[in-house]
Write a protein of this length. Sequence first.
Length: 121
Amino acid sequence: MFDNINKPKGIKRIVLASLNSFRAFKWLYQNESAFRQELLLLLIAIPVSFVFDVSSQEQVMLILAVLFILFTEIINTAIEAVVDRIGLEIHPLSGLAKDLGSAAVFISLIVASSIWLVILL
């Protein structure tokens, strides 16, 4: 049972939150091919961002654009997990929630692509 009064505080809270995050990243890597693909994109984008003659601010924007895709994929996966937890039966609102999460990922891809095109062209 969740105890809202005796929640960990200070460094202990930070450590526990970090462990939870690492567990989530491990699960994502093992179970979500889209996450693995986007992580690969990030691992390619980081060194590629050093190849182009751009300012350090533009380089950070290029990398953050790809991180934004990963962020959106994580939120999309969280939505899917909650919907599946509620029930696996087909329901229009469940489908809508999953479609909206997917649309968010699609928009993040458009945003990242636009940032890369504007900076590099």
